[in-house]
Design a protein around this ligand. Sequence first.
Ligand SMILES: Cc1cc2nc3c(=O)[nH]c(=O)nc-3n(C[C@H](O)[C@H](O)[C@H](O)COP(=O)(O)OP(=O)(O)OC[C@H]3O[C@@H](n4cnc5c(N)ncnc54)[C@H](O)[C@@H]3O)c2cc1C
Length: 386
Amino acid sequence: MKIAVIGLGVLGAAAARSLAAAGAEVTVFERTAPLAGTSGTSFAWTNSHSKNPRSYHDLNVTGMAEHAELAKESGANWLVRTGNLEWAEDAAGAERLAASVAELTGRDYPVDWITPRRAGELVPDLRVPSGVQDIAFYPTEGHVFPALLVARLWGEARERGAELRCPATVTGLSEVDGRARVELADGTADFDAVVLATGRWTETLTAAAGHRIPMADPDAAGSATVGLLGYTNPLPTRLNRILTTPKLNVRPDGGGRLIVQGLDLDAHADPAGPPAADGDHARDLCSRLTGLLAGTSGARLESLRVGQRAMPADGLTVAGFLDGSGKIYALATHSGITLGPLLGKLAAQELLTGHPADSLADFRPQRLIGKSDLPTLQPARFAGQQ
Ligand SMILES: Cc1cc2nc3c(=O)[nH]c(=O)nc-3n(C[C@H](O)[C@H](O)[C@H](O)COP(=O)(O)OP(=O)(O)OC[C@H]3O[C@@H](n4cnc5c(N)ncnc54)[C@H](O)[C@@H]3O)c2cc1C
């Protein structure tokens, strides 16, 4: 089977790998460069916090397990699965955290309450604020280095014959004589099927194919789709796991660099006017970091980026054929780092065998196609999910 994949972020790379592994002849069309989209600017925490309804929680848990499976096959330089520490610093936050832990426990999701002393054993340079007694530890969570994950997925696709056309902008999609036609600036190419993995640009191409999937506006300043991520200089601090704390989320980014995120600052994130790496927000993030981890005094940001989330308009995953002809398959989701390898595998199975995956039943594009009156999504700082 000849299959085109459009977009080479985490989802496109995962789909290309699974399709090529199953024997499909795969061509990937990427407009700019691998990782040019959201996958290149992501906090990349593998988790299933505050993910509702239950089927979406379960999908994310299965996504975490798929990372672990992939890691077993030939090692994983892209995955650090050492858990996450979280705490609250005021009464309202403590109530929210207790409710979230209770919900997760009820779902058999691994989480333990630990003491600040135990947290200090896990992260020796951690400065837990005085007054914090209870820390939630989620041992199966972790973080990904997205470039290394795409290297692994796309590398294995390439070894099995997948080809990349880049730069190549797909301008339209259609079904012609029972085949899927990809339209490009310099002509057309026909395939047995197409996988659309164009992230936050999904609405444009699905509209061109006559089945518009509404996406939350990725350019809206201060909205649910935008988030600031600070990338520090290399720092002599001991941190080998994720911290999600009231003032700062932080994770290692290799070579002593850290990625920092203050969700309350996302209200100021504007893709049209990214803040300076040495401006007020940057200084604020660095000062929060120094309060949280020893060894970070003098920290500075090498860059402060505005990430733009790929969010189907109801906030949930889209996975499935655009119509009954089974020629154009759309994959679009937030939490695509957690879900990427799983969604790539399931999409390839559905395309090549025709058997629908039960776990995707709630995530078909038909629930959204043509809809325009969906409520506005809550920003991550209120929704409690990443
Ligand atoms: C601030 C922030 C924090 C996040 N934190 C987390 C987290 O902690 N955990 C988690 O799981 N997820 C997180 N995410 C979400 C996650 O990063 C994304 O869901 C994921 O990267 C989306 O991958 P993708 O492959 O769908 O899209 P992308 O990476 O955007 O890839 C789409 C590709 O398609 C290409 N393309 C678009 N249109 C065309 C066209 N017409 N022709 C050819 N190519 C085209 C683009 O150039 C791009 O390379 C976060 C996102 C942000 C912004």
